[in-house]
Design a protein around this ligand. Structure first.
Ligand code: C5P
Length: 243
């Protein structure tokens, strides 16, 4: 596969305030590829948080996992594009028409003279077990459902998917070299820290996840919780380069 030309480390800004998020971003700028704003920070601080980082020249992955009727999701993608988000996501289980509407909204944003934002899909949340999937009417195993939804996402025009490290190789094989795979659950190797795996169950070291086919790694606490976050980010970047 073609590795991305930018630093593949995306930092999860899982903090409740803009001041904390900006302090982390300021301390890591230049050592990482971008920042992920999820529902905790976005709900607390709103669109200004995205604008603040985008105005500093940072890549922002807006992780709000849109899941609604196609027209509504398309509107949300357009709004996120106008904020300056670089990457955003939707739930693949919203269906092919919803994903196509999202991809077309990204195209429209690009037609207005902005860089085309990347739109990726969440397949199966890693918190969902076979029993949980079955309870919502899905009889496939979580693994098969992930690959099924990744292929559907590709067919619907998504730029890639979010995937656990253990699913990455299968998705890379099914979806080809140009499909983006954004992988959280990074632990071990140079991402080891005193807190261990914390609540992450299905983990992989940074170099191994990249070798398995990841395009970007979402890393939170192994960097943000380290005594020296910048040194931790540089160690992970060095491990990735050594792969
Ligand atoms: O701190 P940590 O490295 O565990 O942060 C991982 C980030 O990736 C968090 O923002 C988490 O919500 C997100 N994520 C995840 N597993 C998924 C999808 C997203 O850990 N399957």
């Amino acid at each position: 596969m073609n590795p991305p030309t930018i630093n593949p480390i995306l930092i999860a800004l899982d903090v409740p305030s803009a001041s904390q998020a900006l302090a982390i971003a300021d301390s890591l700028r230049g050592a990482v590829g971008g920042y992920k704003i999820g529902s905790q920070l976005f709900t607390a601080e709103g669109p200004s948080m995205v604008r603040a980082l985008a105005e500093r020249g940072d890549r922002v992955f807006l992780d709000l996992k849109f899941h609604d009727i196609p027209n509504t999701v398309a509107g949300a993608i357009e709004s996120a594009s106008h904020l300056g988000a670089w990457m955003m996501n939707v739930h693949a289980s919203g269906g092919a028409a919803m994903m196509t509407a999202a991809a077309e909204a990204a195209d429209r944003a690009a037609a207005q003279g902005r860089p085309r934002p990347l739109v990726i899909a969440v397949t199966v949340l890693t918190s969902m077990t076979a029993d949980v999937l079955s309870s919502v009417g899905v009889s496939r195993s979580p693994f098969d459902q992930v690959v099924h939804l990744a292929l559907m996402a590709k067919g619907a025009g998504m730029d890639g998917v979010v995937a656990s490290p253990l699913e990455t190789a299968a998705i890379r094989e099914a979806c080809g070299p140009d499909f983006l795979i954004v992988t959280p659950g990074i632990r071990g190797g140079s991402a080891e820290q005193s807190g261990g795996r914390q609540d992450q169950a299905r983990t992989m070291a940074p170099g191994d996840a990249m070798r398995a086919g990841a395009s970007y790694l979402v890393v939170g606490r192994p960097i943000t919780g380290a005594t020296d976050p910048r040194a931790a980010a540089e160690a992970i970047a060095a491990e990735i380069r050594r792969r």
